[in-house]
Design a protein around this ligand. Structure first.
Ligand SMILES: [Zn+2]
Length: 153
């Protein structure tokens, strides 16, 4: 799943669950639930060493960052602590940080480290597909509408 959709979902969970500690924990765990759904993976459309691959990740990172800033302001405006929704978003997206060392290994040709958490994370992502961008678009629209309703109605 894109980092943007992970963060959007995490922000919705953080905004919905009354107990912040529970909400943030569920936001983090949502990462693995979303990864088990059919979704887009950049490596399904571009070689990991290509600039297209880098562009996809960079675009996702830029949209993610913009979203976290905007959702912080929007949440604060309607009475949430300024950090709650961005933190929910960040925690939901952060497990993919574990792939950074694999990305570097792909670029350098070094061996990849496969601990039990990475193996689990990879296994649940078996439905990464090139057509997953359709799922991502629908998810983005639906969760943007949900977040908008939670915050502004
Ligand atoms: Zn993941």
């Amino acid at each position: 799943m894109t980092a943007t959709n992970h963060a959007l979902t995490g922000a919705v969970i953080a905004a919905t669950v009354v107990n912040p500690a529970l909400g943030l924990t569920l936001a983090f765990l949502s990462h693995f639930a979303l990864d088990a759904l059919p979704h887009f993976g950049a490596h399904t459309v571009a070689s990991v060493k290509s600039k297209e691959f880098r562009y996809i990740l960079t675009t996702d990172g830029i949209v993610l960052t913009a979203f976290l800033v905007i959702v912080g302001f929007a949440g604060y405006k309607v009475g949430y602590d300024w950090w709650l929704l961005p933190l929910g978003g960040l925690l939901a997206a952060i497990p993919d940080i574990m792939w950074l060392s694999h990305y570097k290994a792909d670029l350098s040709g070094a061996d990849k480290e496969w601990d039990i958490i990475r193996k689990f994370h990879k296994t649940i992502q078996q439905w990464e597909r090139s057509w997953g961008w359709i799922v991502e678009m629908v998810w983005f629209v639906v969760f943007t509408i949900i977040l908008n309703r939670i915050l502004f109605s």
